[in-house]
Design a protein around this ligand. Structure first.
Ligand SMILES: C[C@](O)(C(=O)O)[C@H](CC(=O)O)C(=O)O
Ligand SMILES: [Mg+2]
Length: 304
């Protein structure tokens, strides 16, 4: 009932253990806390909180407009709803080294298991768009060092994202990634790679877990989990996918309502009331209320 039963530190340790296992971890993006519950229910390894989704949820493009407070609040809402580890997109860290340090502590307080900080210039943009720019090595390394130094729980996973592949080319991106690992990054997110061979090169060159971003309508083909595992990838995210699915369904339902004057034709595609209540653990709340009422000597029935 109410929240995750696992503590943030237990979830961080679990993420590190799972990463050591060599399995490919699959982290769908939760566009809200309830979606995180569903992701857990379906047996995934973790939950991703996407910067693009936090922005879109507020009706904003993913161009560095959201604030640390907004992202930390959403990350905390998601993290406390699941026993799975949550990985959050910290964009550029919302500034330079000292801002990055504050970002890491705020997200740590929010209960996430890990976060990634990228090397785009501020203000950033989606990594799959043209025209993005990256900072120089000094600034990129400072961000990661600041992140690593700022964490108070040594198990909090600090992942360095590099957008250099699309800006400076593959070799420069590999050099950047190696330097980010030397600066203390626990894992690397090479953004917008163009083929499986590129993932193989990162995975074999770095010696730390590598993340693949299976975002739709981007620069990277949608590889299967087996292909990614064979290429040595350790973590795969589907960052915006569930929001796209939900928004697609929402749009179709609105069209049907306009055309048909009722949503009756849409009911078979809807999550049922029973399933929603199951995910919410409605029965657990009723039982709690009844238990409290009984203990206080009054008849049960508060929530039922
Ligand atoms: C992973 C990502 O950073 C995100 O915010 O989810 C985005 C996803 C997207 O815009 O498709 C990205 O820059 O790749
Ligand atoms: Mg992002």
């Amino acid at each position: 009932m109410l929240y995750s039963t696992a503590t943030p530190s237990a979830k961080r340790r679990a993420l590190r253990e799972r990463l050591r296992s060599g399995d490919l971890l699959e982290l769908p993006g939760a566009f809200n806390p309830l979606a995180a519950r569903l992701i857990q229910d379906k047996g995934f390894d973790g939950v991703y909180v996407s910067g693009a989704v936090v922005a879109a949820d507020l009706g904003l493009p993913d161009v560095g407009l959201t604030t640390l407070t907004e992202v930390a609040a959403r990350a905390g809402q998601v993290a406390r709803m699941t026993d799975l580890p949550t990985l959050v997109d910290a964009d550029t860290g919302f500034g330079e080294a000292m801002n990055v340090a504050r970002t890491v502590q705020a997200l740590e307080d929010a209960g996430v298991a890990g976060l990634h900080v990228e090397d785009q210039v501020n203000p950033k943009r989606c990594g799959h768009l043209d025209g993005k720019q990256v900072v120089d090595d000094v600034v990129a390394l400072q961000r990661v060092r600041a992140a690593v130094d700022a964490r108070r729980d040594a198990d909090l996973l600090i992942m360095a994202r590099t957008d250099a592949r699309g800006v400076l080319g593959l070799d420069a991106a590999l050099d950047r990634a190696r330097a980010l690992v030397d600066a203390g990054a626990d894992a690397v997110f090479p953004e917008a790679l163009t083929g499986l061979g590129e993932y193989e090169r990162f995975a074999s060159a770095l010696g730390v877990p590598v993340l693949a971003n299976m975002t739709e309508f981007g620069k990277t083909e949608l590889f299967t989990r087996d292909q990614l595992r064979d290429a040595g990838v350790a973590v795969v995210i589907y960052p915006v996918s569930l929001l796209r699915v939900a928004m697609g369904a929402t749009e179709r339902a609105l069209d049907a309502l306009r055309a048909e004057g009722s949503l009756a034709s849409q009911v078979p595609g809807m999550q049922t009331r029973a399933r929603l209540y199951e995910l919410l653990d409605y029965a657990g709340y009723t039982g709690f209320d009844d238990g409290v009422a009984r203990a206080a000597g009054s008849p049960p029935g508060g929530l039922s």
